[in-house]
Design a protein around this ligand. Structure first.
Ligand SMILES: Cc1ncc(C[n+]2csc(CCOP(=O)(O)OP(=O)(O)O)c2C)c(N)n1
Ligand SMILES: [Mg+2]
Length: 190
């Protein structure tokens, strides 16, 4: 989602994503395939923590075959896209939390290199170092879970759904009991 919106790929580079922008967990295997096809080109994978944790064992393959690449994990400790899908459908959030995994530590334990970054400056420094590394690298990038991947055009149904979610969440948070119908309330005062 973020890469299709913000990356300036140019004409000299190739960009791979899953068909219909849908399938989760394609970044790392995609990067391995890209490196196999173009061993002399630099390869960078960009993935969410949910997508990455579905296929992270494949990093071992990258290490084993000495496939130099940089994997940037956008770590927000949740399935953020699903969180916003649930909200726009008027649902309370459920089953979207992920554990706080040390992906940089995982990279080191596999025989690769890992960098933990929390700021833009740290990210830039890590990228510079990663370019010099001769083993596969994971940059564990902590990102804001409240960055909403809003659609280009918000349709009425989604706006209505979001309003309904806000109402439900407010009731839940403040433990507001179910209100009686308005006419019952009026009768009490008359
Ligand atoms: C194989 C597969 N399973 C499930 C989904 C549904 N799905 C779409 S986005 C998403 C969550 C993505 O989480 P993460 O990779 O952490 O990225 P974030 O939205 O948090 O940036 C899920 C489960 C999917 N698209 N493909
Ligand atoms: Mg995530």
């Amino acid at each position: 989602m973020w890469s299709t919106r913000y990356l300036h790929i140019g004409t000299e580079n190739r960009f791979l994503t899953s068909a219909w922008l849908g399938t989760l967990g394609c970044a790392l295997p995609g990067a391995i395939a890209a490196k196999r096809a173009y061993p002399d080109k630099p390869v960078i994978a960009l993935t969410g923590d949910g997508g990455f944790s579905m296929v992270m064992q494949d990093f071992v393959t990258a290490v084993h075959y000495k496939m130099k690449m940089i994997v940037i994990v956008l770590n927000n400790q949740e399935l953020s896209f699903i969180k916003y899908e649930q909200q726009s459908a008027g649902e309370l959030n459920y089953a979207i939390d992920l554990p706080n995994i040390d992906y940089a530590g995982f990279a080191e334990n596999c025989g690769g290199k890992g960098y933990h970054v929390e700021t833009r400056e740290e990210l830039e420094r890590a990228l510079e170092k990663a370019e010099q590394d001769n083993v596969p690298v994971i940059i564990d990038a902590y990102v804001d879970p409240d960055a909403a991947p809003l659609p280009g055009k918000i349709v009425w149904e989604e706006a209505k759904g979001y309003l309904s979610f806000e109402g439900k969440e407010l009731k839940e948070k403040h433990r507001i009991a179910k209100m009686p119908p308005l006419k019952t309330i009026i009768r009490r005062f008359s």
